[in-house]
Design a protein around this ligand. Structure first.
Ligand SMILES: *Cc1c(COP(=O)(O)O)cnc(C)c1O
Length: 369
């Protein structure tokens, strides 16, 4: 049985008519760059995140970068983030001219350890970016408390956490700004590149709207140097349709996670994802941990089961971030996890049969069969 890692075609097939209609409506109005379809999506997405404003941009990377810029993070500043994230989180900091400071993560949730964050604060620290990795929020109460004590900005990297919650509050609404990616494979995915920043701060939203559109408030009147980071009209219209199905899709992911747990939970040679007491996990990635990961992964791939590794090399060991401050061993949890992580197939349309096949195959490989 073939089990892809992700199946975007199955998702389209389930809503083809609505998507096709939305695409045609954009073409009929030729509202391709920004415009009314983006605005409609922004309204719905702000509501979904329980925030007053959403600003659509070109990607999740743009969202992080522009949020930092709009908040005045720049040259001479330090920004603290988790070391086991996708590189975009760190790149956004560097593209503002600031320095990325990495910290290690909690061994059960794989998100920033609040005490590690506290220990990394210096007089130059300006902001913290907790990353809601794999679909589960970081432990935001202590992080916010530490940030408040030190007067630091809190920017959530919610690029993997559309619809996740912390103690009942929506991911994205937990800090000064929440950054989302709508890269096609994300829980809410566009048909191309897109992203958004959500916030309750009206001034910040205004600044972001200017920054994403060449610093202009009015056409050809520029009040600061900005960039072209507008969201496409087509993406806005498609995302609006898909947002209407997101809660249901996240529920399906959660059911699949429960099934994986039912089938694999008794084994002591595989560590399954755990949902923290405070969290509603939306399983963007279903990452288990196993010994001898590369062999297990090969066994699964041989059976036509799609797998991934998120991520194989922690950022402090990546070429652009290698330095004397951070040698191998500096972040033991993230480094151990990087050796053991194996992401199993996870998407809303995954069938029970497929999950059984994946679990059996994984068990067989671990048993040496
Ligand atoms: C996907 C992702 C990003 C970047 O989003 P893009 O839309 O690909 O630019 C940033 N941070 C995390 C944690 C992500 O998963």
């Amino acid at each position: 049985m073939k089990v892809p890692f992700l199946d975007l075609k199955a998702q389209y097939d389930g809503m083809a008519d609505e998507i096709d209609t939305a695409i045609k409506a954009v073409i009929a109005k030729t509202a391709f760059a920004g415009g009314p379809f983006v605005e409609e999506f922004e309204k719905s997405f702000a509501e979904f995140c329980d925030c007053r404003h959403a600003v659509g941009v070109g990607s999740g990377t743009d969202a992080l970068w522009l949020a930092l810029l709009a908040m005045g993070v720049g040259e001479g500043d330090e920004v603290v983030t988790a070391v086991n994230t996708f590189i975009a989180t760190a790149e956004a900091v560097n593209f503002c001219g600031a320095r990325t400071i990495f910290v290690d993560v909690d061994e059960s949730t794989y998100t920033m350890r609040p005490e590690a964050f506290r220990a990394a604060i210096t007089t130059r620290t300006k902001a913290v970016i907790p990353v809601h990795l794999f679909g589960q929020t970081a432990d935001m109460d202590p992080i916010r408390e530490i940030a408040r004590e030190h007067g630091l900005l809190v920017i959530e990297d919610a690029c993997q956490a559309h619809g996740a919650a912390y103690k009942g509050a929506a991911a994205g609404s937990l800090g000064d700004a929440g950054c989302f990616s709508f890269y096609p494979g994300k829980n809410l995915g566009a048909y191309g590149e897109a992203g958004a920043v959500v916030t309750n701060d009206g001034n910040l939203a205004t600044e972001l709207r200017m920054l994403r559109d060449h610093g202009q408030k009015k056409k050809y009147v520029h009040s600061r140097v900005g960039w072209n980071a507008r969201m496409d009209g087509l993406q806005g219209a498609i995302l609006k349709v898909k947002l209407g199905r997101l809660r249901e899709a996240n529920e399906a992911r959660r059911r699949s996670a429960t099934t994986y747990r039912d089938l694999l939970g008794d084994r002591d040679d595989v560590i399954l994802p755990c949902e923290a007491d405070y969290a509603r996990h939306v399983y963007h990635v279903y990452a288990v941990r196993v010994r001898d990961r590369d062999r297990v992964m090969r066994d699964l791939m041989d059976k036509e089961i799609g797998c991934g590794i998120h991520y194989p090399i922690p950022l402090h060991l990546q070429e652009p971030y290698r330095s004397d401050d951070w040698c191998p061993g500096a972040f033991p949890v993230a480094e151990r996890c990087a050796e053991e992580f194996l992401s199993l197939p996870m998407y809303p349309e995954l069938s029970l049969e497929q999950i059984h096949f994946v679990a059996e195959s994984l068990g067989g490989s671990l048993d040496g069969k």
